[in-house]
Design a protein. Sequence first.
Length: 402
Amino acid sequence: MSDLRILRVIESMDPAYGGPCQGIRNSIPALRAMGAINEVVSVDGENVSWPSDDEFRIHKAGPGKGPWGYSPKLSRWLKKNLSKYDVVIVHGLWQYYGYAVRKAIEHLSTKNLKVPKFYIMPHGMLDPYFQKAPERKLKAMRNLIFWELIEKKTVRAADAILFTCQEELLLARETFKGYRPRKELNVGYGIPSPPLEKSVNVEQFRNKNGLSADEEYLLFLSRIHPKKGLLNLVKAYSECFNGKAGIFPKLVIAGPGLETEYGQSIHAMVQNDTLLRKNVLFVGMVTGMTKWAAFYGSKAFVLPSHQENFGIAVAEALACKCPVLISNKVNIWREIAEGSGGIVTEDTHEGTISLLQQFSLLTQIQVAEMKKNAYTVYRNHFTVEQAAINLYSHLKKFEHEL
């Protein structure tokens, strides 16, 4: 029998939702190996499905209503089932499900029922960027109101706040007045080892997307969203590429979001420029072996994001011995810079130009050395096994301290 039963609570487990649900999927097998059983309750509707064969139980307690994701079904489920678990981890903030967990714990306390240890993993949602970004003024105001009325109480009610890296922990202290958690824990984050390069079909990926066998390309693999710095990247690529056709690598843009207004504006910018149209490729969302083929085939991974709590795709690139060209708003930039696994600049237009220019000036020998360094950074900092050990040991140690 397991010595630790963990319940994860999250908005959605749809892989298109992004990093938090993928992080859960990454960590559960490693935690299972240590004897912990994980289950998930989400605010997905019962009829919602996705292309993922999960080997752990997901309870769908939605759909949520409105922008807050209000779900009385989730509330009832938690009050009925929460006492079955030793630990509950809420992934994310600003949604009803975190409030629902707090109220369910209060309910269990009044009934003298078993109360699990309560943790929140904000996944960067306490980053000051979200309160300062010019395009987020209304959302920042909403968050401030929610903070004062609801989230401040939820954060203080948690036994600890779990962070994926030290940078995230430090930034969280700068955002809201009254931020006084009981405890802050840097538990780290990691990804499973990718398949071996010889087991993926890079040639098939190239052929499918119009790349010849010897064409070099830079890979942007993320949601097509303003936060990711893609506008700066396309503009910087245009300036760096100009006059260097056949020399400068092509740019492959992979990820969901092309159908959004922002995605369409980026697509139109590319289509309206002759050089960009021939050298920037949109390949859509890639998953499974196709995703790994994209990483292994690329000369470098590039993500000049304006805010990135951890960046699972960054760690995946490192694991594939792929140098990463990132901004210093990707919270794991220090580990990458110190390990020489890539290049780090500011998240500005000028910074993104510098990112591409610096990499283009490297010799083949220097690029090969950076590839080796990238993998070393992954092995030293971002394996899922090490992250799972950190999380498990913190949970067990803190359990005995309280």
